[in-house]
Design a binder for this molecule. Structure first.
Ligand SMILES: Cc1cc2nc3c(=O)[nH]c(=O)nc-3n(C[C@H](O)[C@H](O)[C@H](O)COP(=O)(O)OP(=O)(O)OC[C@H]3O[C@@H](n4cnc5c(N)ncnc54)[C@H](O)[C@@H]3O)c2cc1C
Length: 464
């Protein structure tokens, strides 16, 4: 059979790949997307979406436990873990099948199978029905990433899990160890701790959520500990002894190794790019520590071969993958898109309380040589936060003293993952302190704290 030919073949249908395919089709290209497992990638099936569905259940559970505070009655509060997981899987399935409809609507050819690149402009796909050969003027690699596994700490799906098992738990952990306090580790810690698991988090760095501003990390630690979590910082899990009913973790802390028993361990120690078996080495694609090296336009250095999303490196976030997808599709179509600005990608963690940030931390801003003005506003000073029963939280802003440019914003508290976008738009529009002062924020909203945190940086805060 003659090879089918396309303007663009996208490999991988995660939020990077499927968005690239849609944008390329919108721009008039003949597009094919190849996916070996599930439309929507990790994000829709095993990442962003199903975790948020689980966390919503634990959030509602937590609110039910607090019913009395709101003048409500709720007796015999409990949960059915199987039903919680079923809901999460259902949400993932609904969204994943929605991607199939979007492909159809945009006339993107979908081939389910595993792709390799046997040569420039060629894609070979192994499907259930045999091999398909494609030719492509452009190839977009969007094969994503998978959980990193450390020697001795490998997941077994029974008592030691990575995110896939943690999303479909074979049992409810009673005594849980979470290794790693990045967004993924902390979200699972938050979910299981809220449902009653005795949860310990071990972090090798000197603070939880180590990429966040130091003050936010400290605030988060206190909040998690108040909820009963144990947090071990500057600590390292060296070894796991596995038995049928327990796992003994050897944890190095303060120069000593302590042994602690758990019934379940979640390993959340980062991810590795899916770079293997694609034929990249033969094409001359540069790979650095499991990620494809690209320039700011996601070009690999090999003509007409692009890499986007998790396979192209940090930050490993769905919205970064999608944005790169759009940029690459436009570049291929001869448009002149802007590359993503460093520090413009917000990070969100959907634990309780939520954490969100964009731009430079205070320490990073100072390291970069800025003289900074820092503002803070606590949730306890905000009417809406009190009315919601969510007085725990903080918003912190960092401005360049010289120009008034908003360098960074850092938040912890209810719904901050929704609020952060206000600052993201502000930064994109190169907002200064004056623009933020002159913006009228609706009342009563949590967003008023974004105003106040900006005013505070200049000694003009109102409600504090
Ligand atoms: C538990 C968890 C929670 C997360 N939560 C968030 C969050 O809240 N917000 C956020 O922004 N990010 C979150 N992420 C990260 C997010 O899921 C990723 O950044 C995002 O999915 C990356 O998109 P991608 O398109 O690069 O790759 P992926 O989503 O990984 O998709 C890659 C696709 O390529 C396919 N593929 C791989 N190799 C081949 C091949 N050879 N042939 C054909 N197909 C192939 C794979 O099957 C996969 O479907 C989370 C991740 C995890 C694990």
């Amino acid at each position: 059979m003659a090879a089918q030919s396309f303007d663009t073949v996208v490999i991988g249908a995660g939020p990077g790949g499927y968005v690239a395919a849609i944008r390329a089709a919108q721009l008039g290209q003949k597009v094919c997307i190849v996916e070996r497992e599930h439309m929507g990638g990790i994000c829709l099936n095993w990442g962003c979406i199903p975790t948020k569905a689980l966390l919503r259940s634990s959030e509602v559970f937590h609110l039910m436990e607090r019913a009395k505070e709101f003048g409500l009655k709720a007796d015999n509060i409990g949960y059915d873990l199987d039903a919680v997981v079923k809901r999460s899987r259902g949400v993932a399935k609904q969204l994943s099948s929605g991607i199939g409809h979007l492909m159809k609507k945009n006339k993107v050819t979908v081939i389910m199978g595993s792709a390799t690149i046997p040569g420039k402009g060629k894609v070979k796909v192994e499907t259930d029905k045999g091999t398909e050969e494609l030719t492509a003027k452009n190839i977009v690699l969007a094969t994503g990433a998978r959980a990193r596994e450390l020697p001795g700490l490998e997941a077994d799906g029974k008592r030691v899990w990575t995110y896939k098992a943690a999303l479909q738990p074979p049992h409810m952990p009673k005594k849980l160890l979470v290794i790693g306090s990045g967004a993924i580790g902390i979200e699972f810690a938050s979910f299981y701790n809220t449902l009653g698991a005795d949860t310990t988090v071990v972090e090798v760095m000197d603070r939880v959520l180590p990429v966040e501003d130091e003050e936010i990390s400290k605030f988060a630690k206190k909040a998690f500990e108040k909820q009963g979590m144990k947090i071990l910082q500057k600590a390292m899990v060296k070894k796991l002894d596995r038995a049928a009913d327990k796992v003994t973790a050897h944890i190095e802390i303060g120069g000593k190794v302590e042994k602690h028993d758990f019934d379940t361990v979640i390993s959340a120690v980062g991810i590795v790019g899916n770079v293997e078996g694609l034929g990249l080495e033969a094409l001359g694609v540069k790979i650095d520590r499991t990620h494809v090296v690209t320039d700011e336009y996601c070009r690999t250095g090999v003509d007409a071969l692009y890499a986007i999303g998790d396979i192209a490196g940090a930050p490993w976030l769905a919205h970064k993958a999608s944005h790169e997808g759009v940029m690459v599709a436009e570049l291929i179509a001869g448009k002149h898109p802007h590359p993503i600005k460093p520090n413009s990608i917000a990070g969100c963690t959907y634990c309780h309380p939520q954490v969100a940030s964009v731009g430079l931390t205070e320490a990073k801003a100072k390291e970069a040589g800025y003289k900074v003005k820092v503002g803070r506003f606590p949730f306890i000073g905000n009417g809406k936060a009190i009315a919601l029963g969510e007085p725990e939280g903080l918003i912190k802003t960092i401005f360049d003293e010289k120009t008034g440019e908003l360098l960074g914003a850092h938040m912890i508290g209810a719904e901050v993952t929704e609020l952060i976008q206000g600052y993201v738009i502000g930064q994109k529009l190169e907002t200064t302190e004056e623009d933020l002062f002159e913006t009228v924020f609706p009342h009563p909203t949590l967003s008023e704290m974004m105003h106040e945190a900006s005013l505070d940086a200049y000694g003009r805060v109102i409600h504090m």
